[in-house]
Design a protein around this ligand. Structure first.
Ligand code: ATP
Ligand code: MG
Ligand code: MG
Length: 387
């Protein structure tokens, strides 16, 4: 078999490696860490910095084609690899997704509305911010994830202090929107332009981090779901994208749909597809990279995914990490436990996820609530709880 390469050794790379291996490929992971979730399960592990010439050359030598699992992989590294091997997604699409200003410009070009916003790169732009953008969310233009690098601000004084606190790096100020819900769509696009997508995913965030994803026919009004899928396809087409792309949306209280951001890779909100669809987002990533057919996945069970953050290891303010009650969780019907093999639990760190499946959404939600109670996750209210 051929070898498929991946930049980054985190959990997304690990699940890519599993999917690639199942289809008969060997894998090569490039990651600076000696012991990473994906590096540990891969045939080859290139231990190297992302921009190191020798490391990139070695990954290219080993691999027939290369993808990325790491949102902030230096786009130049993908550009250099592309001189040697097919790379998907391409450096240009990744560079756009890594910059909130370029990303928003792309959404607008594709006719998909985003939050009213302004760039803040200097004092003059700070002073010129329209009052209508307050209250707002100040976000670093680059390198933010899991709500890091963003601050909610209500007044001009708070805005100035927040920008100072973010070391005056280039930022985007977005209007704080009245959310009724959040959702996302995963699409895979092949080099021939053909696309396959997963059904629309309803997401609940807590403290800026994805907490719960629900996927079942009633999770959102049907027309909103259709609109989100069409917007995602337009965004992928507009990029000439090859690979798996996830686009996040807000549903506002007036029912309108607004795009939030995109990730140039499989996404946490698509993990349910490993257990409740006949092709997962990682299989789609392998297929897109290897030039294999992209067939529309079919969801065969309603699904709820709970993220397992490192906080669960420190219940009741414990000082030393203690393994949660996995046996209790695995006694629940339709429980699919995924642990990423990270050696150290830390608060806010994504350690694994749990997907619950069943014949109907009521029984799935009941099992999910039991899992919440067992693990010490706050229960969610289903489609009524706003992001
Ligand atoms: P990710 O880990 O998904 O990449 P991120 O750090 O890039 O997250 P965003 O997706 O921009 O952050 O924002 C995180 C969350 O904060 C959103 O999912 C939403 O709940 C809330 N949020 C962000 N921007 C706004 C906004 N303009 N109005 C209201 N809520 C917002
Ligand atoms: Mg993001
Ligand atoms: Mg986000």
């Amino acid at each position: 078999g051929a070898t498929l390469g991946v930049m980054g050794g985190g959990q997304l790379g690990r699940m890519f490696v599993h999917a690639a291996q199942r289809l008969g490929y060997f894998t090569a992971v490039l990651d600076p860490d000696a012991d990473s979730p994906a590096g540990r399960v891969s045939h080859h592990h290139v231990r190297s910095a992302y921009l190191d010439e020798a490391g990139l050359a070695e990954l290219a030598r080993l691999s027939a084609a290369v993808t990325t699992e790491f949102e902030n992989v230096p786009a130049q590294a993908l550009g250099r690899l592309a001189a040697l091997r097919p790379v998907a997604p391409g450096a240009e699409a990744v560079a756009i997704a890594q910059d909130r200003a370029r990303e928003k410009a792309h959404f607008t070009r594709c006719g998909v509305p985003c939050a009213p916003h302004a760039m803040i790169e200097d004092e003059a732009q700070l002073a010129a911010v329209p009052d209508a953008l307050l209250p707002g969310v100040l976000k670093t233009a680059r390198l933010g994830y899991d709500g890091k690098g963003q601050v909610r601000v209500a007044t001009r004084a708070e805005l100035a202090a927040a920008w100072e606190g973010l070391q005056r790096v280039p930022c985007v100020l977005e209007q704080l929107l009245p959310l009724a819900a959040e959702c996302s769509v995963v699409v895979a696009r092949g080099a021939d332009g053909r696309m396959a997508h997963l059904p629309v995913q309803r997401n609940l965030h807590r403290a800026g981090i994805l907490a719960v994803t629900e996927v079942h026919p009633g999770n959102l009004p049907a027309d909103r779901g259709r609109q989100a899928i069409e917007a995602t396809q337009a965004i992928a087409d507009g990029l000439g994208y090859v690979g798996v792309l996830c686009v996040e949306f807000f549903v506002l209280q007036d029912g309108s749909l607004v795009v939030n951001e995109m990730a140039p890779r499989p996404h946490n909100s698509g993990h349910w597809s490993l257990d409740a669809a006949d092709a997962s987002q990682f299989e789609l990533q392998v297929r897109a990279l290897a030039g294999l057919p992209l067939v529309q996945p079919r969801q065969h069970s309603p699904a709820i995914m709970l993220n397992l953050l490192g906080d669960l290891w420190f219940r009741g303010g414990a000082e030393t990490a203690r393994e949660p009650d996995w046996a209790g969780v695995l006694a629940l019907p339709g429980a699919h436990l995924h642990l990423y093999g990270k050696t150290e639990a830390r608060p806010g760190r994504k350690m694994g996820h749990l997907t619950l499946t069943g014949a109907g959404i009521e029984s799935v939600r009941a099992a999910a609530w039991q899992a919440c109670d067992l693990l010490g996750i706050e229960r969610f209210q289903g489609p009524a709880e706003a992001g």
